[in-house]
Design a protein. Structure first.
Length: 343
């Protein structure tokens, strides 16, 4: 895909008139994102989460391989990196088959800091159900880069009520004791919920396939369609007629620590939705309160808030400079989120 570097906030007047009402209003011009580089071992980054146990630590992972859905065996690894992209440690999940990992999130449950990995990708709509893997975060970071073998503590196997769906975006909603997942290849994307109570202990015995097959399959509950994911850069959209529509597919989500601000990532843009006090997610996701274009149209795949929701970290597939971004949350969205944080 040809990458076009343009200022998304300076469009010709005629184009603005032509595309009036095309998408959500852009936030005021934001500072240029800080770009860093992921280690070469992370060449298919497909999820991102801020550690709940260690400040300054991010968790990420690769999806399966360049042919998602393949049954080729890969080593299921979750990597811990710092804000500059340096790998600090890796966790190898024992007893797990990695099919198409697409998201990772942090979770604080029963006094423990945990991670949730979503094996939910399905480019061909070929899987009857999907699985979330739960594992404990390490309490201490090693003095040098190591790979630790860990066993999941729980799993949650689920399906959608109307058949298969490709899903790359997931967040944990602690206020609702639920996990939210957002479908990708639908127009509009739909938000579903899974109760945390549906997770079950990871079986002690059996092959990876036997352990997974023994788990009960839960049905995700539809919350509603998501609105407002129109491209924030009409110029790039118009100049990319074959890929323009693909740029608005959601590839990641992040929820601010106060549970009010939901960030949604696509191949071209960032959108922020706010849930006010007493508001349901089905109402909050109708239209974003702020949005901004990313530096270029690319395979942006994972997103995470920092501890105070002032910045977002974003990863993309590939190697080299610019595979890890840090950018400021638009001021309007930050202020609104902080106003409701104590409610």
């Amino acid at each position: 895909m040809a990458l076009i570097e343009r200022d998304p906030h300076r469009w010709p007047l005629g184009l603005l008139l032509l595309l009036g009402g095309f998408g959500p209003p852009l936030s005021a011009a934001s500072p240029t994102p800080l770009e860093n580089e992921l280690p070469s071992v992370i060449d298919e980054a497909s999820g991102l989460a801020h550690s709940g146990q260690h400040i300054g630590l991010l968790w990420t992972h690769n999806d399966n391989i360049n042919d998602p859905g393949s049954m080729q065996r890969v080593t299921p690894l979750v990597h811990g990196i710092d804000f500059e992209g340096r790998r600090l440690l890796s966790l190898e999940l024992d007893g797990v088959i990695q099919r198409d990992w697409e998201a990772v999130e942090r979770l604080h449950v029963e006094g423990s800091h945990s991670l949730v990995v979503a094996d939910s990708g399905d480019n061909r709509d070929s899987w009857p159900d999907y699985v979330l893997w739960f594992l404990d975060e390490p309490t201490e970071l090693p003095p040098s880069v190591t790979t630790n073998i860990t066993t999941p503590t729980h799993l949650l196997r689920f399906r959608y009520p109307d058949g298969p769906a490709d899903t790359e975006a997931m967040v944990v909603d602690p206020h609702g004791d639920q996990i939210l997942v957002l479908t990708k290849r639908e127009d509009p994307p739909r938000l579903f919920a899974l109760p945390l109570s549906a997770r079950q202990p990871f079986p002690d015995e059996g092959s990876p396939r036997e352990r997974l097959a023994s788990a009960e399959v839960h049905q995700a509950r539809l919350l509603g369609p998501m609105g407002g994911l129109a491209p924030t850069d009409p110029i790039n959209w118009l100049l990319s007629p074959l890929t323009g529509r693909q740029t608005s597919l959601p590839t990641g989500m992040a929820l601010s620590p106060d549970g009010r601000l939901l960030a949604v990532l696509t191949y071209s843009s960032l959108y922020l939705f706010r849930r006010d006090v007493g508001e349901r997610w089905s109402e909050a996701i109708r239209r974003p309160v702020a949005s901004r274009s990313l530096p270029r149209i690319d395979q942006w795949e994972g997103i995470a808030f920092d501890q105070d929701a002032s910045h977002l970290h974003i990863v993309r597939e590939g190697t080299g400079p610019g595979t890890l971004l840090q950018l400021e949350v638009p001021e309007a969205a930050r202020a609104t989120s902080l106003e409701t944080a104590d409610d």
